[in-house]
Design a protein around this ligand. Structure first.
Ligand SMILES: Nc1ncnc2c1ncn2[C@@H]1O[C@H](COP(=O)(O)OP(=O)(O)OP(=O)(O)O)[C@@H](O)[C@H]1O
Length: 255
């Protein structure tokens, strides 16, 4: 699905990603954890082809970036991030925001297609927001917007779903509902890469974890192996204990 082969990323004489080797195989769903500024979003942007690595190779869905049309690959990738919310048009009705996911555009060019609207409303129904279809996106709450983005990416049946702090700003209830919606949508055979600051968001559907510290990979592999107190403490520069409950890890700072 994704193969980062010795990639580095440098900007203004600063190394943001040190030589990094990482592979995500079919059937795996990954969470990436790391402190602020450790390079998580930079990594995602390389996977999305928005950033080109300074050295090394990025291979996504069987295509090597630099030898393919990245815009075509991006049509197979769903992307959810706060920066995307800021680019969407607040006065557009919710169903149109969802419909733009079909072509990975930010606005809808052909508004006359009933089939497109029907499909958008169907995706909204899956996240229980069909009743908001005609409301302006700008009037929706943070939680509703996050669900609308989930409905939006699913318009295009992506093979890969890349999420940058997709649950940020959600209350406990909304976050649990959002993660449940995500699990339900997995029936569509989509693969996940999820960046978060919260260990408890690593719900059972996530199989693997990568830990980043100052642009270097601390560990990457099956979550039970990677989420050890030693590796997490190294990643977050704090003594951390981990408790597992119902298949979910919960972090605590050791006193
Ligand atoms: N284009 C750029 N030019 C210079 N520095 C950059 C550029 N892009 C990112 N950086 C720097 O690279 C570092 C990693 O940024 P990145 O956004 O990838 O971190 P992050 O792990 O996602 O952080 P956060 O958790 O705070 O969102 C930061 O120190 C940032 O200032």
């Amino acid at each position: 699905m994704i193969h980062l082969d010795d990639v580095t990323f440098e900007r203004q004489d600063r190394t943001i990603i040190y030589p990094l080797q990482w592979q995500m195989k079919a059937g795996e769903h990954w969470t990436i954890l790391g402190r602020n500024g450790s390079g998580k979003s930079t990594l995602l942007e390389m996977i999305l082809g928005y950033h080109f690595p300074t050295s090394g190779k990025v291979r996504v869905l069987g295509h090597t970036y630099g030898r393919c049309d990245v815009r075509e690959i991006r049509k197979q990738i769903g992307y959810i991030s706060q920066s995307l919310v800021e680019k969407l048009t607040m006065r557009d009705p919710v169903w149109e925001i969802v419909a733009t996911g079909m072509q990975a555009h930010l606005r809808l060019f052909d508004k006359e297609t009933d089939i497109l609207k029907e499909r958008a409303v169907e995706q909204l129904r899956m996240v229980r927001l069909a009743h908001l279809a005609e409301q302006s996106f700008g009037l929706c709450s943070q939680g509703e917007r996050k669900k609308i983005l989930l409905a939006r990416v699913m318009m295009n049946n992506p093979k890969l779903l890349v999420m940058d702090e997709a649950c940020a700003g959600l209350d406990l209830y909304e976050r649990e509902m959002w993660l449940t919606d995500l699990s339900n949508l997995l029936a569509n055979d989509v693969h996940l890469v999820h960046v978060t600051h919260h260990l408890e968001e690593i719900v059972p559907l996530f199989t693997h974890v990568a830990l980043l510290h100052k642009g270097k990979l601390v560990a990457a592999g099956p979550k039970e192996e990677v989420l050890s107190p030693e590796k997490l403490s190294k990643t977050f520069d704090l003594p951390i204990a981990v408790n597992w409950m119902d298949g979910r890890p919960w972090a605590r700072i050791k006193s």
